[in-house]
Design a protein around this ligand. Sequence first.
Ligand code: UGA
Length: 484
Amino acid sequence: MTPVGEVPDDPFLPGPMAIREAELRTSKRGPRIMTTQRQRVSFVGLGYVGLCTAVAFANRGFETIGVDIDAKRVAQIETGRAPIHEPRLDRMLKTALQTKRLKVTEDVSQVRATDVIFLTVGTPSEPGGEIRLSFVEEAAREIGRCLRDEHGYRLVVVKSTVTPGTTRSTVRPVLEEASGKKIGVQLGLCANPEFLREGSAIDDTFQPDRLLIGAMDGETAARLEGLYRAFFGGKLPPTIVTTPETAELVKYASNAFLATKVSYINTIANIAQLVPGVDVEKVAEGIGLDPRIGPLFLKAGPGYGGSCFHKDLQALIAFSHALGYDPRLLGAVEEVNEEQAAKVVELSERLLGSLRDKRVTVLGLAFKKDTDDIREAASIRVIERLKQKGAEVTAHDPIAIPNARLLLGDSVEFAADSASAIRDADCCIIMTEWDEFRKLSAKDYIEAMRSPNLVDARRLYKPEDFEGLNLLGIGLGKDKARGG
Ligand code: UGA
């Protein structure tokens, strides 16, 4: 049997027997979860979280149904090609489909055949930062309708990121009305936020740091715990059972804290940059050795991006304002992040003077490596500024160009590889920490570029390896900066 939480190389471990054993063990803990049958699970909404988690459950041997209203998306997933780039996802998706453990459909009524229904639809931002709940409400209504004539107990699990109170005050009444059932009687409901990261979503699903079970009642908590015990082959990761509201807030508080760490170290980087002899990397190492601080998430850079941090901070700020409290710290975290793009462009101006008609190459468009996601990416903010200042921008990214092209159109020239991207450039800016950019040497830049000016916004390179170049790095004190 695969040890708990280990990511299986071989799909379908720990396998049905292990799951059966686990469920039997679990069954000693609670009254009505005794079953030797594997529970069937469904996911309504096949975005990042829904698809990765559905594939993981199928991989662990659960009969899994994935539902999405987008017919094109469903059709693509059915071919075994995920609509998102995520390491290992395609391979596991193919196996899940071939073994028929995963079925994907547009037909939400298929959730009837499952014991646990995960709600994994998106909660996009409204103009004021609040989350739009229409997809959550609609999905809850559809699920409720499907369960109206069903007799067995069903558990609905809200995995979508929702502000505190949503599961109880929005999902609950919609589900109860549409199903004609009472939560706590034939229907369980809980909030169970997700913490997976893009680029390592599969590993994170198999090895989460923690589980948050925000249950409406004890039985619901026991049932969801039982399901996860089966998923993890018996032993749970650290698990907190609490109210739905607390679980919902943990999700926002986690992302807000991580974003705060990034804006904090970027603030220190901006100070470091003004002081001769200082390097923010060493500062981060120095403070990170204090166990009260810790070393993670202290990498200075061009500012955070991605679909979550900005959206979740805005939602938390709006939520807090609605309650009458102004969370000033969180506003500052966002401001610092927004301004960080300007800091990157300032570095290129220190090297070039005016950017008008200068050829600037941007290496990296994705908001971080190992993803093709450009949502809220710092590269986009930087490119917009460069364009405003009259620069001609050429960009390259190993996989995010198709997504970037949709957003940027032909305002930017896209290069097929990094070598052609830097050819004849006046300045190159490293925006994403892709491994392939690490392979470029000082010689590569010097030979290819019109003038070898490099802004290392991800601190990918050791300045001492780039002696013949004019290199400026985020958080690298003045005297180390050549040409600055
Ligand atoms: C984030 C959280 O890390 C997940 O736990 C959460 O589940 C997810 O949001 C979500 O809410 O769905 P993700 O957006 O995939 O995950 O990306 P992160 O790895 O957290 O990085 C976010 C941004 O911060 C990236 O642009 C990254 O480059 C930047 N970052 C991160 C830094 O600039 N410095 C660091 O030290 C760390």
